[in-house]
Design a protein around this ligand. Structure first.
Ligand code: SAM
Length: 288
C-alpha cells in the first residue's frame, strides 16, 4: 500500500494555516492526523480497484486520498463549503473523486450516485463520521435503495459498542437491534483520541457493518416491531411485562399483553435486554 501523508500533524497544520481554516466543533470536525489509522481503516474496509466508495465528510482529504488510491471511485459529501479551496488543492490530482457540497442528511444520495457512478454494482461506505449525527447518517444510508455492501466508519466508541452489542450486555438495546436487523455488526478497532486534531472528548472505534441480503428476522410489520423494541427498553430495570403494559397502555389491556407474551412463548418477568432479536420478532408477530 502506498501512503502519502496529508494525515500528519505537521502537514495538517500547514494546510490549515495556509487557508486560515478554523475547526467548527458544531460540525464534528476532528481530522485524522495519523497514517497508521488510515491504513487500518482501508484494511478493514477491504476496498479495491473495483470498489465505489461513499465518504461522508472528507475534511481536508486525509482519508479521501487513501480511498482514491485504493478504490475505483470516491463520492464524498461535505457540508462545509469552506473546505472547497482546500480540497481542490489537496485532492486536485485525483480524477476519481467527486465532492458534493451538501448535508448528507438532506441530499438525494441515490440521484448523486446515479449521476456520478451509473450502474454501480457494489458500494462501500467508508468515513470518519461527524459524531453529532452518526446514527441518523447510518440509518439514512441503511434505508437507501443503494447496493451498499458494507460500512466501515469511525464513530464514538460507546455508540459503536451499542450498535454491535449482543443480548444480556449493558450496551444492548434498541440501537443494537435496529442496526443488526439490517447488518452484521462488529467493532474492528479501538482508536485513541491522540490520532485526531483537535482531540475529541470521547474515545473512538471503527465499526464494521456488513449488509445482510435480507433482514435478520421476518416481521409482519416493521414499524410495529421497532416500536415494540423501543417500548421494551424504555426502563431497563423493569420487566418486559411492565414496560409493555406502560408502552401500549392506550392500545392493549394487560390481559391482551399477557396473552401475546404467552403466544410468543416469552416469560414476561424477563428484561428486554435478555431477548434475542428473533424473540423480539416472535413477540411482535404475536400481536398482529
Ligand atoms: N474525513 C476527515 C478526516 O478523517 O480527517 C474529516 C472527518 S471529521 C470527523 C467529519 C467531517 O464531516 C467534517 O469535515 C465535517 O465538516 C463533515 N460533516 C459534518 N456534518 C456533515 C453532514 N451533515 N453532511 C456532510 N458532511 C458533514
Amino acid at each position: 500500500m502506498t501512503f502519502k501523508a496529508i494525515a500528519t500533524p505537521t502537514k495538517t497544520k500547514e494546510i490549515l494555516n495556509k487557508y486560515g481554516f478554523s475547526f467548527k466543533k458544531s460540525l464534528g470536525q476532528n481530522f485524522i492526523i495519523d497514517v497508521n489509522t488510515l491504513k487500518n481503516i482501508i484494511e478493514v474496509a477491504n476496498v479495491n480497484e473495483e470498489t465505489t466508495v461513499i465518504e461522508i465528510g472528507p475534511g481536508i482529504g486525509a482519508l479521501t486520498e487513501q480511498l482514491a488510491i485504493h478504490s475505483k471511485k470516491v463520492i464524498a459529501f461535505e457540508i462545509d463549503q469552506r473546505l472547497d479551496p482546500i480540497l481542490d488543492d489537496t485532492l486536485g490530482n485525483y480524477d476519481n473523486i467527486n465532492i458534493i457540497y451538501q448535508d448528507i442528511l438532506k441530499s438525494n444520495v441515490v440521484e448523486v450516485v446515479n449521476k456520478y457512478c451509473p450502474n454501480t454494482k457494489e458500494i462501500k461506505v467508508v468515513a470518519n463520521l461527524p459524531y453529532y449525527v452518526t446514527t441518523p447518517i447510518l440509518m439514512k444510508l441503511l434505508m437507501e435503495q443503494l447496493p451498499i455492501s458494507s460500512f466501515t466508519v469511525m464513530i464514538q466508541k460507546e455508540v459503536a459498542d451499542r450498535m454491535a452489542a449482543k443480548p444480556n450486555t449493558k450496551s444492548y438495546g434498541s440501537l443494537s437491534i435496529a442496526v443488526q436487523y439490517y447488518t452484521e455488526a462488529s467493532v474492528a478497532l479501538n482508536v485513541p483520541k491522540t490520532v485526531f486534531m483537535p482531540q475529541p472528548n470521547v474515545d473512538s472505534a471503527v465499526l464494521h457493518l456488513k449488509q445482510r441480503e435480507k433482514p435478520l428476522v421476518e416481521v409482519t410489520d416493521e414499524t410495529f416491531f421497532f416500536d415494540l423494541v423501543q417500548g421494551s427498553f424504555a426502563q431497563r430495570r423493569k420487566t418486559l411485562r411492565n414496560n409493555l403494559n406502560r408502552h401500549f397502555s392506550q392500545v392493549y389491556d394487560k390481559e391482551e399483553i399477557e396473552l401475546r407474551l404467552k403466544h410468543a412463548g416469552i416469560d414476561g418477568t424477563r428484561r428486554g435486554e435478555s431477548l434475542s432479536i428473533q424473540e423480539f420478532a416472535d413477540l411482535s408477530n404475536a400481536f398482529l
